[in-house]
Design a protein around this ligand. Sequence first.
Ligand SMILES: *[C@@H]1O[C@H](CO)[C@@H](O)[C@H](O)[C@H]1NC(C)=O
Ligand SMILES: *[C@@H]1O[C@H](CO)[C@@H](O)[C@H](O)[C@H]1NC(C)=O
Ligand SMILES: *[C@@H]1O[C@H](CO)[C@@H](O)[C@H](O)[C@H]1NC(C)=O
Ligand SMILES: *[C@@H]1O[C@H](CO)[C@@H](O)[C@H](O)[C@H]1NC(C)=O
Ligand SMILES: *[C@@H]1O[C@H](CO)[C@@H](O)[C@H](O)[C@H]1NC(C)=O
Ligand SMILES: *[C@@H]1O[C@H](CO)[C@@H](O)[C@H](O)[C@H]1NC(C)=O
Ligand SMILES: *[C@@H]1O[C@H](CO)[C@@H](O)[C@H](O)[C@H]1NC(C)=O
Ligand SMILES: *[C@@H]1O[C@H](CO)[C@@H](O)[C@H](O)[C@H]1NC(C)=O
Ligand SMILES: *[C@@H]1O[C@H](CO)[C@@H](O)[C@H](O)[C@H]1NC(C)=O
Ligand SMILES: *[C@@H]1O[C@H](CO)[C@@H](O)[C@H](O)[C@H]1NC(C)=O
Length: 881
Amino acid sequence: MATSTTFTLFLSLTFSLFILTTASSEADILLTFKASIEDPTNSLSNWSNSTATNLCNWTGVTCTASLSLSIASLNLQSLNLSGEISSSICILPNLTRLNLADNLFNQPIPLHLSECSLLETLNLSNNLIWGTIPEQISQFGALTVLDLSRNRVEGKIPESIGALKKLQVLNLGSNLLSGSVPLVFGNFTKLVVLDLSQNPFLVSEVPTDFGKLDNLEKLLLQSSGFYGSIPESFVGLLGLTTLDLSQNNLTGEVPQKLGFSLSKLVSFDVSQNKLYGFFPNGICDAKGIINLSLHTNFFNGSVPNSSINQCLNLERFQVQNNVFSGDFPNGLWSLPKIKLIRAENNVFSGEIPDSISMAAQLEQVQIDNNSFAGEIPQGLGMVKSLYRFSASLNGFYGEIPPNFCDSPVMSIINLSHNSLSGKIPELRKCGKLVSLALASNSLFGEIPPSLSELPVLTYLDLSDNNLTGSIPLELQNLKLALFNVSFNRLSGQVPFSLISGLPASFLQGNPDLCGPGLPNSCSDHNPGHKTDNVSKLACALVSVAIAVGILIIVAGFYLIRSSNRKSEMGIWRSVFFYPLRVTEHDLIMAMDEKSASGSGVFGRVHVVALPSGELVAVKKIINFGSQSSKALKAEVKTLAKIRHKNIIKILGFCHSEDSILLIYEYLQKGSLEDLICRLEDFRLPWSARLRIAIGVAQGLAYLHKDYVPHTVHRNVKSTNILLDADFEPKLTDFALDRIVGEAAFQSSLASESALSCYIAPEYGYCKKATEQIDTYSFGVVLLELLTGRPAEKTESGEDSLDVVKWVRRKINISNGAFQVLDSKISNSSQQEMLAALDIALRCTSVMPEKRPPMPEVVRALQSLHSRTYLSNAEFSASEEV
Ligand SMILES: *[C@@H]1O[C@H](CO)[C@@H](O)[C@H](O)[C@H]1NC(C)=O
Ligand SMILES: *[C@@H]1O[C@H](CO)[C@@H](O)[C@H](O)[C@H]1NC(C)=O
Ligand SMILES: *[C@@H]1O[C@H](CO)[C@@H](O)[C@H](O)[C@H]1NC(C)=O
Ligand SMILES: *[C@@H]1O[C@H](CO)[C@@H](O)[C@H](O)[C@H]1NC(C)=O
Ligand SMILES: *[C@@H]1O[C@H](CO)[C@@H](O)[C@H](O)[C@H]1NC(C)=O
Ligand SMILES: *[C@@H]1O[C@H](CO)[C@@H](O)[C@H](O)[C@H]1NC(C)=O
Ligand SMILES: *[C@@H]1O[C@H](CO)[C@@H](O)[C@H](O)[C@H]1NC(C)=O
Ligand SMILES: *[C@@H]1O[C@H](CO)[C@@H](O)[C@H](O)[C@H]1NC(C)=O
Ligand SMILES: *[C@@H]1O[C@H](CO)[C@@H](O)[C@H](O)[C@H]1NC(C)=O
Ligand SMILES: *[C@@H]1O[C@H](CO)[C@@H](O)[C@H](O)[C@H]1NC(C)=O
């Protein structure tokens, strides 16, 4: 059967070739090809016989250069095409390149394209190609480039692939291939790029014959299931520029002679395996290589010229998360092009040489958790491109050189858990420093007040040293998120804002420190009055600032109103996702002062009764005009498609040139904030509070992980959590950045972020929308539920603290988690509440990477819920009220 079909096809092809030879017939061939393709965005609209004389400038078509124009290449990448890839294309006599990458073709590998006799390049990357690689793949003998990456190709790689001897590029990365790699790759003598990465089911040893590929420049095998050792034969890969074997299951040692093949290497990555042993002595070291060359006969005595220092091109060296030991290759530290050195979590020993100053491109060093020793060299401070130096958990000793933070781009330094001594040097030049960790060393002397001159310093950990003197008052000027000086020998009064004004202060273990809330409150003759005056002055200044702020907001409000009046007569367009029987005019008429039920930075919310009697919530947002009306519509539509029981439905929206009205479903019970603030005593039993927390967490987990496109809420707070009649929470005001545009979103948020405790500390210097920012805000909401305190209080005194500071202060200083729990809830829920408090504290961790992902939060809270539910079955407030 199969042969007869092929035969018929062959006949018909020959026949067609016979009759179709002119340029105009090439147009017909393309039109036939187009006929089987679905083209929803009409990208191929100019493929039509009305423009057939211009065949060579049809979308994606490139012709041969000679006089007799003929199609040489088709590039139809990224056009959202689907349908069938028809072999009719093979009738084009001169077609050598076909690129259909980044489309939606959903079919097996189109074997019939092997009929294209001159085809050299076939790119089907990033489609929905499925099925196995058939034996008949050998029919593509003419191909030099085959890219099937990022599809769903499964099964074993057949041996017959070895027939594609002309291949220069073979990319099978990001598929579902399985089994082991057949031993035919030695046949690909022309291969330059080989990519088998990200095939998790490809459980195989690395074939030895990869080492025969003399021309190979890129070998990418990362994130698959390769096990066993790195073949000794790799020393023959003389042309290699990129070697990525990371995230496999490789073990054994790195071949001792591998150094020889490194002369062109730019990137070397064997991280996250189980490799052990030590690196070849003298690797990347001019002296070493000459020595090594005398002791090897691998090249029959002939030493390649470039081997004087064979690593001269190396930029990235990544060996982290293995079990390497022995001396770290010393020559690496001074390579002229090296940018990245990652070796953390091994057992390397050795020192960092002063010649590191020669590594003029070095940006990032991470060697934490090894056995390095020696002093931090002066040379380090001379590397002006360094932005991260992380060497915690090693045996570095001696003093920190005064210039060690001279790089103008330095932003992260971690030297914790070493044996450094001496004083902390004055750090004046590193204006970009964000994080400084010097914990657990033997540093002494005072905390240099000049630290307060580093404008973006946010994390400062000096704990567990031998520091003396008082805490410099100037540190209050910094926007610190973490300030840890615990277990030193500091004394004197703690600057007030460092006790009360920070998300996380760690002061314990300094018996001579004094201040409010500390075991030792300062005695009279301390210069306490002065500080009191300072803080009074600060209070006064803050009030003035707030008053001015309010004035500005009020003024802004009038401006907005007056501009709105104008627009009310302008042109409105509406899109309803639900059958709402209402006109824009009705909506605008109904939105007066009386209907305004809440406000927010982005605009006010009005409750509007539709003519049908139904109530809807309408949020009016300024249209900053940063998006075209089409883009705006697309964004709101995307958001309106979100369907989750804990996310409010968008029913529709109207927009004019200067306003956007978002129409949401209306919920009777109002917001969580109303519940906490308005009821003089917030009396909801723990089980109901836990249900609210779980609902909110589920809504966020859905936005972050399940909804496509993944979405970040960016404005989680109790005013944006609405409650239905059963106290089931629904998130509102999500992803307004998509609607108003990033710039407008940031500036609107900035007007309140300085004051809001819902906003994660890292937002101060990094305005990126991350899931961790939502997690932080969620943690604050959970703290509100646990403590019964509104997040932000306006009263003065201790009560003026926001809930995060208040909780941290209680926990840090008096060490009593019980005290923060809402006393209106009965003791029987205390165990669950303490567990929930632990979750809230993790969510509000100052380090974004320490916050758990939302699905994990959901699971943790749900496990509490089942416990609560068992112990406290009825959903009634009677017990607590
Ligand atoms: C366009 O091409 C189709 C088939 O490819 C043909 O039937 C039709 O007559 C052509 N139209 C013109 C205007 O040439
Ligand atoms: C098509 O290409 C020719 C040259 O091959 C050029 O002169 C002509 O302007 C192009 N036409 C269009 C519509 O781009
Ligand atoms: C077809 O569209 C492409 C891209 O829009 C354009 O570059 C080309 O000139 C068009 N060709 C003709 C014949 O109109
Ligand atoms: C393809 O579809 C995606 C999603 O539907 C869309 O974002 C993109 O703009 C489309 N591309 C083209 C070229 O139309
Ligand atoms: C295109 O192919 C035809 C038929 O094989 C051949 O005669 C012609 O020379 C080729 N043209 C070019 C420019 O390669
Ligand atoms: C195939 O197309 C994709 C998408 O443009 C591109 O990234 C890739 O480099 C191409 N493959 C080859 C081998 O050129
Ligand atoms: C590989 O090449 C050898 C010799 O060149 C040949 O005998 C063998 O059949 C090829 N392997 C495959 C699978 O085509
Ligand atoms: C790694 O290899 C070991 C045995 O060598 C095996 O037990 C383990 O399952 C493998 N792990 C992975 C992730 O493949
Ligand atoms: C060269 O190799 C010899 C023998 O392996 C060794 O003793 C010597 O220390 C090496 N010299 C250098 C400079 O590495
Ligand atoms: C701290 O300093 C004191 C006095 O100089 C000294 O006795 C002690 O050993 C030091 N502790 C550490 C951990 O360096």
